[in-house]
Structure formats: C-alpha cells, structure tokens
Design a protein around this ligand. Structure first.
Ligand code: KIV
Ligand code: NA
Length: 262
C-alpha cells in the first residue's frame, strides 16, 4: 500500500506520536489536507450537516457516503481514509457487510466507522477483512434518543459503561476508536487501557489522536462553533496554513487546551 496503514497508526500509538485527523468530503480539500501532513481523513456523516444543510446526520445515505468517500480517496496520496457507515446502515452483520463493502469497493475507504458498542457487527466485519473504527461517547446518529448534543459519561455509572464498551470494541477486533464529547479524565483512562489508538473530539488532550470537523476549524460552519473546536483560520493567512497549524498543534499536544475540553 502506498498510503498509511493500520499498522502505521498502531505504531504511532506505541511510539507516543499523536495522530492528526480531519474530516474531508471532496477532492480539493483531500489533496490540501494530505499535503499538509494530516494522517487520517475521515469522510464523516457530518456531511449531512455541513454539506447537505440538515440539522442532523440522519438523512445521509450509503450512496452519499460512497460519493464523497471516492472523491476524497482518489485525491489523497498518503493519508489513511476512514468512512462512516451512516444511520441505520449496520443493523445486522449482513447489512453492515454489504454497506461496508460499498464504502470500500466503490468509495475507496480503508476502514469503516460505526457508532456504539455493536460488538457482533464489528466482529463480523473484522472476520471479513474489514478494518473497523468504533465511536463512543456522544453518538450523533442517536441524537433523537439522547435528546440533544450533550457531553456523555459525566456520571460514574455511565462512565464505567463507556470504559466497558471500549474494551469490548477492542476485543471484537476494532483497530481505532473515536471518543466524542466525554470528560478528559475518562478519555485518558480509556486511551491508557486500550492498545488500539483513540481519536478524540471534545475528549481532551490525552487521546492518541484528535479529529475536528474541517468546516468548524476553518470557521465556515453556520451556527455556533462547538466549545471543543477552535478557529484555526484566526491566525492563518491561508487554509493550508490553518491546517498545518492544526497538524502541529495536535502533534505537539497543544491542542486541545483545557478550554476545548470537558
Ligand atoms: O461525522 C463526523 O464528522 C464524525 C467525527 C466528528 C468524529 O463522526
Ligand atoms: Na460521524
């Protein structure tokens, strides 16, 4: 493979090198982020909000994800490409396999990401040779059940549940885990317990890597920027410079600061 692989990401964790990740949805940004050194490009179903203008990720389809994933995968040279399985596309192992295969074959994904402790689904995909990224904490595809976008794992019992789920996800064979909007201490504990890398968003500086929604960190998203994000355009004279600053800030553990964490 000419691109980074899951072995490279695992080695980065072992070496204590932070993993930089941003969302990407098209070829132009993909090439720019790749040039700036970003390690992982996530074709997130956040595209339902920042590209399609919906107020949640629920309307996004597998064919939307294939289209954007292919655009990103084609244009990058080095970065590792992870694509989200969208809402209700992985209810059973068989359905998950069919849709993950589309994201990989037509979309060029190297790994698929899915929300929650779907242990059976994860194990099945891994058995078929499909690398999986888990996602715990705030699960945007469950926003209607959660009753809004809120920090998760503040209470002891819920925190213990998230730790247990993280361990089950690793045991099921996942190779990466996104932690979204959880207290820094909880994310630090999980990152220390797991041997697979954790990628945080609103989860503090002790995760093994960081991810942000590209349009939030470029300050071009509509509405209020979430607390955990940062406007990297504020001190930059170009988009590429902003992305380079983000990359350096992640690598040097200067981002996220306490003000971006819970
Ligand atoms: O869809 C997305 O952008 C994501 C990240 C925020 C982790 O899942
Ligand atoms: Na997502």
């Amino acid at each position: 493979l000419k691109t980074l692989t899951i072995s490279d990401l695992a080695a980065m964790k072992r070496a204590g090198e932070k993993i930089s990740c941003l969302t990407a949805y098209d070829a132009s940004f993909s090439a720019l982020l790749d040039r700036a050194g970003i390690d992982v490009l996530l074709i997130g179903d956040s595209l339902g909000m920042v590209i399609q203008g919906h107020d949640s990720t629920l309307p996004v389809t597998v064919s939307d994800m294939v289209y954007h994933s292919r655009s990103v995968a084609t244009a990058r040279k080095r970065a590792f490409v992870v694509t989200d399985l969208p809402f209700a596309s992985y209810a059973t192992p068989e359905q998950a396999l069919l849709n993950a295969a589309s994201l990989m074959q037509a979309g060029g994904a190297q790994m698929v990401k899915l929300e929650g402790a779907k242990i059976e689904v994860i194990r099945f995909l891994v058995d078929q040779g499909i690398p999986v990224c888990g996602h715990l904490g705030l699960l945007p595809q469950s926003v209607n059940r959660l009753g809004g976008y809120k920090v998760q794992g503040r209470e002891a019992q819920q925190a213990r549940q998230i730790v247990a789920d993280a361990e089950k996800i690793e045991q099921a064979g996942a190779s990466l885990l996104v932690l979204e909007c959880v207290p820094s201490g909880l994310a630090a504990e999980i990152s220390q317990r797991l041997s697979i890398p954790t990628i945080g968003i609103g989860a503090g500086v002790d995760c093994d890597g960081q991810v942000l929604v590209l349009y939030d960190m470029l300050n071009i998203s509509t509405g209020k920027r979430p607390r955990f994000s940062k406007d990297f355009m504020a001190d930059a004279s170009s988009i590429e410079e902003a992305v380079r600053h983000y990359h350096q800030a992640v690598k040097s553990a200067q981002f996220p600061a306490a003000e971006h964490s819970y």
